[in-house]
Design a protein around this ligand. Sequence first.
Ligand code: PLP
Length: 369
Amino acid sequence: MNIKIPFFNYQSLFKQQEKIFIEIFSDIGRRGAYILQKDLSDFELNIEKYTGVKHAIGVANATDAMQLLLKAGGIVSDDEVIFCSHTMIATASAIKFTGATPIPVEAGFDHLIDPQSIKKAITSRTKAIIPTQLNGRIANMCEILDIAKEYGLQIYEDSAQALGAKYKGKSAGSFGLGGCISFYPAKIIGCFGDGGMVLTNDESIYRKIKLLRDHGRSADGNVSVWGFNSRLDNLQAAILNFFLKSFDKTIKRRRDIADLYHQDLKDIDELNLPPATNSDQDHFDTYQNYEIETNKRDELKKYLADKGVGTLIQWGGKAVHEFRDLGFNQSLPITEKIMRNSLMLPLNMSITDEEIKYVCKSIRNFFNE
Ligand SMILES: *Cc1c(COP(=O)(O)O)cnc(C)c1O
């Protein structure tokens, strides 16, 4: 037996449609269209149409997108910004580099920010909340919007993992001042390198970020603010435009895979599964990841590896506040337990139904032994 199911197949991202990509590379090269060209503005327009968010601005990566958003929204030193500790370090570093203090709070049962935990962390210095729309699922934004309103706080979404996800019919990135999207290769739409985007319905944020991403320059060449160089490459935008054409199919396939996992694993008592595709009407999840929980996580990971199944522990198994060298001293027991018990199963566009059945069978065998 020589079964190998990788967690994510980076080669196949290119190989599955190699000819088309080579045509795209040639086309861009022949046109010499590298920076801030039509493919980028087309892609921005297409994302605006797809998400229903007014403005999409291509930037170098999602971490930059979040930092530019916080800058444009006026976050400065002395401010505190609340975020969920079950997130990538990037959420916190974007806060840190505005000079503000990142304040980590708990995740709830669905691994997303816990609204009650937000309330407890609010002080007179709190300026904003950043829910991470994790694993292709949007947090309970009604409750979070209520809290923001009550305390006069801004909302920014770390929606790096949530392109296409919806809550009560509204897209990730549309709930507060703006959201970031990542096009890292393993994300739900990934390019061949780094790429990111800001989504915003706010005119003033939009105008500021257009300047900030390109050295603070406006179209007439005048420089009115200190800016950055953080532009989404036109070549990456062309590739992303191509992937966007089949995005509905991609989301459908990902939800089908989640259904297969759910059907096959739901009877195992010792496993906690992500919410099922149709478990409630408010959420439309896109399953960027399929993150299961068990207190035998490390044994299960090893067992699956022996069976040829690749899995991944998100963020290396540490919540942001557990990086003590960065100055955090909080204790967040619920999040820490999630981090000790969580494991992501392979969910990608190259895995087959037979392979998913094999993964499930292996998991059942593990718990039966
Ligand atoms: C991937 C990711 C990021 C960072 O995205 P980059 O494009 O690599 O900067 C930030 N937050 C979350 C939740 C992510 O998953």
